[in-house]
Design a protein around this ligand. Sequence first.
Ligand code: UD1
Ligand code: CA
Length: 456
Amino acid sequence: MSDLKVVILAAGQGTRMKSDVPKVLHKVLDKPMVEYVIDASKEVGAKDICVVIGHQSAMVKSIIKDRCDDVSFALQKEQLGTGHAVMQTGDFINEGNILVLCGDTPLIKAETIKEFLEYHEKEGNAVTVMSMCVDEPTGYGRIIHDKYGAFLRITEEKDATEEERKICEVNTGVYIFKAEALCEALGKLKNDNAQNEYYLTDTVELIAQSGKNVSAFMGKDADEFMGINNKLQLSRAIAVMRDRINTRLMLDGVTITDPSSTYIGSDVKIDRDTIIYPGCMIEGKTEIGKSCIIGPNTKITTSKIDDCVTILTSVLDRAEIKSMTTVGPFAYLRPDSKIGEHVRIGDFVEIKNSTIDDGTKVSHLTYVGDSDVGKCVNFGCGTVTVNYDGKTKNRCKIGDGAFIGCNTNLVAPVEVAPGAYTAAGSTITENVPEDSLAIARSRQENKEGWRKKSNK
Ligand code: UD1
Ligand code: CA
C-alpha cells in the first residue's frame, strides 16, 4: 500500500505490570516490546511511523530513538483514551492511509498486516478493524454486527450489555483508516462512556453512520494480538516469540536440542548444522556460521562467529571469532575481542579489546586486555596483561610465536617481540627483543639447614 502511515499507541502507564519501567519498554527476549511493532510496521512498507508517548515519555522516547531510526513521536500529556491518543498526532494523520497499532502487542506479524491491508483496499473501506475470535472475550471490545452481518460498532466491555458480553468476536486494537474519514470522526468523538475516555473504537461507528464502507477482517491467530498487561502475559509472549524464532531456525537447518530452554533473538542469524545445546541465550545482531557447537549454558550478544567454532559454557559480548576456534568452558570475551582461526581460548580466560591472531593458545586462567597478540603465541597459565595504571589503559604487543611463561605479568605498554620467551613468574616492564628470553624475578636462594637452625 502506498502512502501508508503508522500510529503506534504507547502512552499508557501499564499499571498492571507493577513496574517502574513503562510497559512498552519491557523486553520480549532481547528487545523492548514496542520495537517488534515498529519492525512489523517497517516490514509492511510504512512510509512514516509516529509513536504516541505519554507515561514516562522521556525514557520511552530515548530508548526507542537509540534503537530505531526514522520514528517520530507525539506526546499525549494526559491519557484520556485511545481516540485522544490518536488526536495528539496532529498533522501526521492529515493524509494517506493510517494504520493504528498498539505498542503492547509485540506478537503481531507483518504478513498478517499485509493481508489486512490488501483486504481493506479490495473492499474500498474507509476503515477496517482487525477482529479475532476468542474463547474468553473478557476485557476486549466486542464487535457488534446487525442481523444482516453488517458492521455496527465496537462496544467496550465496561459499556456492554449482558447479551453483548457473550460475543466472542473482539477488537484486536488494529485498524486501518482513510485519513479524511479518521480526522472527521475524531472531530466528533465524545467521552460519554463508562470510563469517560475518548475511545478510538467509537470512530469506527461514526464512520459507519456517515454511510462509508466499514468492515471487520478476522485475524486467524489470536496469539498475534495478545496484549501484554502483566508479567504473566509477558512470560507467555516471550514463550510464543521464542518458539517462533526457534521453529524458523530449526526448519532452516539449525539443531536446537531443547528449544524450550533456548532463547534466541529475532535478529540473530545462524547457519545450518550448527548445534545449540540447552541453556543458551543468543541476542542482538549475532551471526553464527555453519557447523558450530554452542553451549550448553552460553550467552552471546551481538557477536560474529565463523564456521566450525565450539563455544562451551561461556559469555561473549560484541566479540568476533574466526573459524575452527574453541572457546571455554567458562571464558568471557568482552567487547572488541577479535579472535582468529584455530585459536584456543580455554577455561577462566577473559579477553577484552584485543586481537588474538591465528593458532594462538590462551588455555587457562588468563586475562588479556587491550593487547595485540600475533600468530601461534602460547600463553602459560595465569598470565595477566596489566593494562591499567590507575589513570590510563595501555596496550601490550606480543609477536608471532612468542611464549609467555606461566604467571607472567605484562605491564603495559610493553612489547614481547616475535619468538621471544618470558620466564614463568616474570613481571615484564621492558620490551623483550626478538627470540630472546626475559627473566624478571628474583633469583632463588636455598638456605641450607634452615629448618633446624630456626627450631621449626
Ligand atoms: C483497547 C480497545 C479494545 C480492544 C483492546 C485490544 C479502546 C477504547 N479499546 O482496549 O476495544 O479490544 O484494546 O487489546 O480502544 N493508550 C494510549 N493513550 C491512552 C490510552 C491507551 O496511548 O489514553 C495506549 C496504551 O498504551 C496501549 C493501547 O493504547 O498501548 C491500548 O490501550 P489499553 O488501555 O490497553 O486498551 P484496552 O482496554 O486494552
Ligand atoms: Ca490492552
